[in-house]
Design a protein around this ligand. Structure first.
Ligand SMILES: C[S@@+](CC[C@H](N)C(=O)[O-])C[C@H]1O[C@@H](n2cnc3c(N)ncnc32)[C@H](O)[C@@H]1O
Length: 227
């Protein structure tokens, strides 16, 4: 069961999503599904630029106020953990845990400012992988940031397989970032899943991106259905 007390909301920005997924101007014209978007600024940013985007996350069963206070409650602990584990991160663009806190707060503020209106417009949908409440092919591209592969110690192989299969049911192309787990190790599921998908008629590419905050976490998986 998903519950607010157990989730640690922490969201990245629209600009970071552009880098994670190498989103081009052409991609931004597509109908995009963001899976496990949580309090990220992706939906708010893309909507402001006129894009078509739906985010899904079980977090969206909660109100803006509930999410806001959970973010505030979790923030000190997250930053303490980052400080303790500085060696796992690359400190060139973001120079300190304090600066990281500012970046993340700014992304989450843009999410919170957009959230209630976005919920009314159906842009924030309370749904949990591996089951999505969307028709086959409803989107052109589905992305997933810091959830699949990232929680390899918590989510089993079968969950990953079903979740990716479900994303490919609703979109012909899926991109996942990063491919490392919470400890910065390449996910134990990355190569198993890639081989499986290739055997089942999908093209799978591991693409290097121009973004590395988690040390070694600068790769994205791009999966495309071959017609
Ligand atoms: C680390 S956050 C990533 C947020 C955002 N994608 C980003 O990169 O900033 C992980 C998110 O996964 C969501 N989550 C947890 N279980 C989920 C599930 N079964 N399906 C989809 N999202 C889930 C959490 O609510 C949380 O918002």
């Amino acid at each position: 069961m998903f519950s607010l007390e157990r989730v640690v909301p922490w969201g990245r920005s629209f600009r970071e999503y552009l880098l994670f997924f190498r989103l081009t101007d052409n991609d931004l014209k597509k109908r995009i599904l963001g899976c496990a978007d949580g309090p990220a600024g992706f939906n708010a940013g893309l909507t402001a630029e006129g894009g078509s985007v739906v985010s899904c996350d079980p977090l969206y069963q909660y109100t803006e106020e509930e999410i806001r206070s959970r973010i505030a409650a979790c923030r000190p602990e997250i930053l303490e953990q980052v400080s303790k584990n500085r060696h796992l991160f690359v400190w060139n663009t973001v120079r300190s845990p304090e600066e990281l806190g500012e970046w993340r707060s700014s992304a989450m503020r843009s999410f919170l400012a957009d959230y209630e209106q976005g919920r009314r417009e159906g842009r924030y949908c309370a749904a949990a992988l591996p089951d999505l409440p969307f028709a086959d092919g409803r989107f052109d591209l589905a992305v997933c940031s810091h959830f699949l592969f990232y929680y390899s110690d918590q989510l089993p192989e079968d969950f990953h397989r079903k979740a990716v299969g479900e994303m490919l049911r609703v979109a012909p192309e899926v991109r996942i970032f990063p491919l490392v787990d919470l400890n910065g190790r390449v996910s134990r599921y990355r190569d198993i899943l890639a081989a499986d998908l290739q055997e089942n008629g999908f093209s799978v590419e591991i693409v290097t991106v121009h973004y590395e905050f988690i040390r070694g976490g600068n790769r994205m998986m791009r999966i495309v259905r071959k017609d």
